[in-house]
Design a binder for this molecule. Structure first.
Ligand code: UGB
Length: 596
């Protein structure tokens, strides 16, 4: 009351709203007027921000929180009335006719797509000190995830424009969702690298804000432990991407520019773009409003399961059931073993890799109704079985893959399953936790993420006709992995398999200990026999034929211990360093035809 005189009319309204919503405790400790007045102003500035950044404002946030906390206390099953079953979707087999057809369709459509990367997470499981998109996807070239993603988008843009009949050169927009934890460093990474070749005008950064923490089942907002004039906040989850895109107005800009698709993806999957063209082709051919990309899932793997949920009242939807909810749901629904592998050695439920392809028009129509609000959940850690108090404050969270939960039953929601080796190798776990992953389940570490890139590229070249030696097993940071030849190429060399096939001719062979870096567009392999390291760089206007026998001491992987802090974090977390002993490197800087 004493401080009322300090407040503007707007601030008085906000204070009233907080009091009406049972938040009086936020003011109890306020000093008398004249003391800490600046802090009081800052308090309201924060309240305005929290109010504006949530669909429906703080009133809705507190109401939703009370409801979800009550459900959680009552132990209410979020899937009450729903029975899970295994859904059917489009299953891709890399390189077969149907894959090639989908891929062609996807490339045709790519110029009408926008890409959205969710990169607001700090990656607590990974424990890396930098932002995850700055991590090298592989250390043969040191290309970081963000550079790789941008180069893939540019390669798609070029391939798609080439196929177009209208001759118009379209630019694919790229939005990145950041957070306070990642925003500045993401911007710096882009600016200090000339945006990795994409036009800055194509890139939009959207920063997600954190949400208020909750101290108890009445949804009393938590005070920041370090500042009594601040409300404590925590991340709200990747589901924020929908409300951010909607409130920014960018969706309408994209729609008016004639775009039809929007593709969402995560921060550390170096394989993803191998499956993007074909998956977009599936969306277009099958006319999916929502298409989730999935891979075969090992039981207990920390990826959600794509599930058909059928309600007793006849409703049915295909949706991700998050990994921590799948086991209890199955046990309660007639699957006594819960989240278990079936006779194939995999869970019968495909694994969600959180790559969503949405049709833009229906997406905008839906967001007009919801404002981008996504069904939330709360995960309080209770002090005891009475569930009356929490060990630490909690908050509401939301996931981007829950978008279909509000869709009407006639929405066309499908999914596409790709081979894991082709499409999915995220970097999420620190070395210690990765080494503890049950045998046969993927490590999802920096080590396995890099090895998966070499394996995928080796297998793709094998399918294109090259003879690639089998891998050897090696242990890095306590993880046994397959080591294939270190084969890396720029996305512009070949993103679509149809393109890669054209560039491998005659009898080519690559030994297991070999490294090859293809850094150019028109590089053709014709009868190459490689046993060592070969690097070919060329300008776009040069056409280079690479053949004959190349043999040298090559590049060697040396073990590094993740605990050895004298080695940079990016290297020691993968457990090896590449020693560049000997290589053949050729660079073609002039236009023309050349042979090597
Ligand atoms: N992210 C944000 O941008 N903001 C946030 O507030 C939080 C995260 P995690 P998670 O593919 O392996 C997801 O933490 O949430 C970004 C799916 O839910 O890496 O445990 C963050 O930067 C799960 O079903 O993953 O699990 C990152 O890019 C499964 O698909 C992304 O969101 C799993 O990913 C994911 O965040 C997977």
């Amino acid at each position: 009351q004493k401080n009322l005189q300090l407040l503007s009319p707007d601030q008085v309204e906000l204070a009233k709203m907080l009091v009406d919503m049972g938040q009086n405790h936020l003011f109890y400790h306020w000093a008398d007027p004249g003391v800490e007045d600046e802090d009081k102003k800052a308090f309201f500035a924060q309240v305005v921000k929290l109010d504006q950044n949530y669909p429906g404002g703080l009133v809705s946030y507190i109401r939703n929180a009370r409801e979800l906390l009550a459900d959680s206390k009552a132990g209410k099953n979020p899937f009450d009335g729903f029975t899970p079953s295994v859904p059917t979707g489009e299953v891709l087999t890399h390189g077969d006719d149907s894959f090639l057809n989908f891929e062609e369709e996807g490339i045709k459509e790519a110029r009408r797509a926008a890409f959205v990367l969710v990169a607001g997470g700090l990656g607590e499981r990974l424990g890396y000190n930098g932002i995850k998109v700055a991590l090298p996807a592989e250390t043969t070239t040191g290309t970081c995830f963000l550079q790789h993603y941008i180069e893939c988008i540019l390669a798609l843009q070029e391939a798609s424009n080439k196929m177009a009949k209208d001759g118009c050169q379209r630019e694919i927009p790229f939005a990145i969702m950041t957070s306070d934890d990642t925003h500045t460093r993401t911007l710096q990474l882009l600016e200090s690298n000339n945006y990795f070749g994409i036009k800055p005008s194509q890139v939009t950064l959207l920063k997600q804000e954190k949400v208020a923490c909750l101290d108890d089942n009445d949804a009393r907002l938590a005070q920041d432990p370090h500042n009594k004039y601040r409300i404590q906040t925590k991340p709200h989850g990747h589901g924020d991407v929908h409300s951010l895109l909607y409130s920014s107005g960018i969706l309408n800009v994209w729609h008016s520019a004639g775009l039809k698709w929007i593709l969402f993806f995560q921060d550390t999957n170096g394989l993803l773009f191998n499956a993007i063209p074909a998956s977009l082709g599936v969306s277009s051919t099958r006319q999916f409003h929502v298409n989730s990309l999935a891979v075969p899932r090992k039981a207990k793997e920390a990826i959600g399961g794509i599930t058909r949920l059928t309600h007793a009242d006849g409703r049915s939807m295909v949706i991700n059931v998050e990994y921590n909810q799948l086991d209890p749901l199955l046990r309660a629904s007639g699957y006594p073993d819960g989240d278990a592998n079936c006779e194939t050695g995999y869970s019968p439920f495909p694994g969600n890799i959180n790559q969503l392809i949405l049709e833009l028009g229906p997406y905008i129509d839906e967001l007009k109704k919801t404002g981008g609000a996504i069904k939330e959940f709360v995960n309080p850690k209770y002090k005891d079985a009475s569930k009356t108090s929490f060990k630490s404050s909690t908050r509401l969270e939301c996931m981007m893959q829950d978008y279909p939960k509000t869709l009407p039953p006639n929405a066309r929601v499908g999914f596409t399953v790709a081979d894991t080796w082709l499409a999915y190798a995220p970097v999420k776990n620190n070395p210690e936790d990765a080494a503890k992953v049950p045998k046969g389940n993927p490590y999802h570490s920096a080590t396995s993420g890099e090895m998966a890139i070499y394996r995928a590229n080796s297998l793709i070249l094998r399918k294109a006709g090259a003879k690639i030696d089998d891998p050897v097993a090696q242990v890095f940071n306590g993880q046994e992995v397959e080591v294939w030849p270190q084969i890396v190429w720029k996305p512009k060399w070949g993103l679509a398999f149809s393109e890669i096939k054209k560039k491998v001719r005659g009898n080519c062979s690559i030994s297991q200990r070999s490294t090859i870096v293809i850094n150019g567009r028109n590089i053709f392999f014709e009868g190459l026999s490689l046993d060592g390291a070969l690097l070919v760089n060329s300008v776009d206007e040069a056409e280079v034929k690479v053949g004959g026998s190349v043999q040298n001491k090559g590049w060697v992987m040396e073990n590094v211990d993740y605990k050895d802090t004298s080695v940079p974090e990016e290297i020691r977390t993968r457990g090896f360093r590449i020693s560049k002993v000997e290589q053949l490197e050729r660079t073609f800087k002039e236009p023309g035809k050349f042979s090597l």
